[in-house]
Design a protein around this ligand. Structure first.
Ligand code: C2E
Ligand code: CA
Ligand code: CA
Ligand code: CA
Length: 281
């Protein structure tokens, strides 16, 4: 029955079947720890807007797949989260990143003001042991709390504001920075900003991608940065891809940039190369 091909329904079931298969394979790999061993921490430079030096990095997960190469999180993170492995992976990832930073301190690649940004999922924030493991990671690596910034999305806050706010305030108590990630893409209104227990705002890439061509987008971007600055927040603009965007964001008052204009996320070795070439000593 050679009827498959043009039949949309057939395509749909085939695709669905593939997705289910992939998830089963993924689950097996997670349970056996195979996948965990293939995950790597990559580092995207965060740039100081006033002197364009590297002042930090965001830790971004990459899957070094044996046959498919380096994969970005959109191809596997949702499934990892659904299967309940995200907090385990984030916990390991944070420990490794703390050790990496300690090594960079030792080799004087970065100074004590360098900030490592780490993504925290809702699952992770709600783990009983979240705070104590952060503290022991810092202690074991010999780092101060001020070396870490924890990024949470608005969505995580909105879903259980009081509980999440309490956890974030505890992070602030031990010196960590709390940053709101992807700001503007969630459900919270601008007025809500003053209630957020965060000192840093990461403006989502969607607000900068049509700048400077779209005059309306320029005004919205300017309004967001101005409002955050008036609340004494530090502002990082994500997804800066052109020099025009960088200058404009700086003019609007942004403190830091992150984006392909400067660099994509890099392996530790390439990150070390990048910072050596980029920062004056
Ligand atoms: P995010 O936290 O918003 O991270 C920024 C994403 O934007 C990264 O994608 C980064 O590579 C990308 N990006 C940075 N600059 C530019 C640019 O100039 N142009 C464009 N088009 N993109 C840019 P990535 O690495 O694919 O990560 C996607 C998302 O996956 C992250 O979004 C974050 O939500 C999540 N994620 C990544 N690593 C981890 C992790 O270790 N744990 C958790 N829980 N989530 C992670
Ligand atoms: Ca982030
Ligand atoms: Ca983001
Ligand atoms: Ca994102």
């Amino acid at each position: 029955v050679k009827q498959h091909g043009r039949n949309g329904f057939h395509f749909f079931t085939q695709e669905l079947q593939e997705r289910v298969m992939n998830k089963i394979v993924l689950e097996e790999q997670l349970h056996s720890g195979v996948l965990q061993s293939q995950l790597q921490q990559y580092y995207q430079p965060v740039i100081n807007a006033s002197n364009f030096n590297v002042c930090g990095a965001e830790v971004l997960l990459r899957w070094n797949h044996p046959t498919r190469g380096i994969l970005t999180p959109d191809s596997f993170l949702d499934a990892v989260e659904e299967l309940g492995f995200l907090s385990e992976i984030d916990t390991t990832s944070r420990r490794l990143a703390c050790n990496q930073l300690a090594e960079w301190h030792l080799t004087k690649l970065v100074d004590k003001n360098f900030v490592l940004a780490i993504n925290a999922s809702e699952q992770l924030l709600n783990e009983e042991s979240f705070l104590t493991t952060i503290k022991s990671d810092l202690d074991n690596a010999g780092l101060f709390g001020s070396s870490l910034s924890i990024e949470v999305t608005e969505g995580v806050l909105v879903s259980n504001f009081d509980k999440t706010a309490a956890i974030l305030n505890k992070l602030k108590d031990i010196g960590l920075t709390v940053a709101i990630d992807d700001f503007g893409t969630g459900y919270s209104s601008m007025a809500y900003l003053k209630w957020l227990p965060a000192s840093t705002l990461k403006v989502d890439r969607s607000f900068v991608q049509n700048v400077p061509e779209s005059a309306a987008d320029c005004r919205v971007l300017k309004a967001i940065i101005t409002l955050a600055k008036s609340l004494d927040m530090s502002v990082i603009v994500e997804g800066v891809e052109t020099i025009e965007q960088a200058y404009l964001c700086r003019e609007y008052g942004a403190d830091m940039f992150q984006g392909y204009l400067f660099s994509r996320a890099l392996s530790p070795e390439n990150f070390a190369d990048f910072i050596t070439k980029h920062n004056p000593n």
